[in-house]
Design a protein. Structure first.
Length: 148
């Protein structure tokens, strides 16, 4: 739903991942608007992954809200044709790109553009692929297969 300045805004049924400072660390709260907080998680990637899973089931959008209340839409408007909706599906797409093109090396920004996702979502995908040892982060800030 657009706001007065033409930008999207959080609406009922949207899922919000809110970062809060607690002492010296951050926690990430996940909730469906206008309901109560549903999850308190320590990892941004885990919170986004959980939110994306909810979004698929509820056919809603996911927003990230930082401690200064800046809001960023992490998923496209649900009225557009279905695309990639979960971290797992996006990881499969990125995995497919690297398998199709041996020697491929891409920066996180290039992968964001390739998948059409926000930086936080892309980071969650890349972290999952690095943890699974499918990709590695090279010194030149590109991601590549460990064998490349």
């Amino acid at each position: 739903m657009p706001s007065d300045n033409g930008r999207a805004r959080i609406a009922d049924g949207d899922i919000v991942v809110r970062e809060e400072s607690r002492g010296t660390s951050s926690v990430f709260i996940v909730r469906v608007v206008p309901g109560p907080d549903q999850y308190s998680l320590r990892s941004r990637e885990t919170a986004i992954s959980q939110a994306l899973a909810f979004a698929v089931r509820l056919r809603s959008r996911v927003w990230m809200v930082d401690p200064s209340d800046r809001q960023r839409l992490l998923t496209p408007d649900v009225s557009r044709p279905p695309g990639i909706h979960t971290i797992t599906e996006m990881a499969q797409r990125v995995r497919g790109q690297f398998l199709e093109m041996p020697g491929l090396q891409l920066t996180a920004r290039q992968i964001e553009r390739l998948c059409g996702v926000e930086a936080d979502v892309c980071r969650a995908v890349l972290n999952r692929l690095v943890e699974a040892k499918f990709l590695r982060l090279k010194r030149n800030s590109t991601y590549a297969r460990p064998s490349d």
